[in-house]
Ligand binder design. Sequence first.
Ligand SMILES: C[S@@+](CC[C@H](N)C(=O)[O-])C[C@H]1O[C@@H](n2cnc3c(N)ncnc32)[C@H](O)[C@@H]1O
Length: 250
Amino acid sequence: MNDSYRLKTDEKGARIQKMFDGLAANYDLMNRIMTMGQDQRWRRYVVDQAGLKPGCTVLDLAAGTGDIAFEVRRRFDDAAVIAGDFSLGMMAFGTGRKGGDGVHWVACDALALPFADNSFDAVLFGYLLRNVTCIQTALSEIRRVLKPGGKAVCLDTTPPPPGLLRPFIKSYLNHGLPLLGRALGTDPSAYAYLSNSTQHFETAEALADHFLQAEFDGVGFRHFLFKTIAVHWASKQAGGRQHNTSKKDL
Ligand SMILES: C[S@@+](CC[C@H](N)C(=O)[O-])C[C@H]1O[C@@H](n2cnc3c(N)ncnc32)[C@H](O)[C@@H]1O
């Protein structure tokens, strides 16, 4: 994709954007294979946690090819679903998928969202925070665009947890993933990035603290797949912040 068609972002963002533009053609297949078919289950769990109602307005941020957006539309055919991402390549694949015309696709940077305050009942984001330069800026933008009482739900990888499985998980990340990537004909540097960014990302507990620092309430999370994946949820308190700083791991 020609650089003149890229949305302006910071230096790290520009690298990530280019990488996802290049991955777009293989992204969905790669996801299903890499997660052994589990990925859609986690996205369904993300939508479960959002507490959506008919007629809701939802932002799937870092939507990529739109899996989360499609899941919301599957459940609520009257929902207004906006899929936002800074990779036009990923969104181009999403628009071409079945149901792609039922979603509003918006080019945007999660660090400077082009939406008014208090716009959405929920902001759902899969694998965004690992990629951004500043988690706090992204979370405060997400909180800003949520309506009071609205929900943020986040799906991301977590670093391999200590314990017996750790060497196996690290070996999968360091060797298995690149092999899979090569088999699918994908740029090896993309897999190196996925592996590194996962191993150096926040633990689920530390990520929950980021939500609290960004003044979210009712923060909780659940681990999946041997604690290598986590879903976090949090609310923007209706009527001003109360000091509920609980965080729970289910
Ligand atoms: C691993 S993909 C996830 C796509 C989708 N959420 C899913 O569940 O499959 C990560 C997406 O985040 C997008 N992304 C990363 N940083 C972003 C940012 N600062 N603003 C907007 N999108 C971003 C990338 O372009 C990419 O499409």
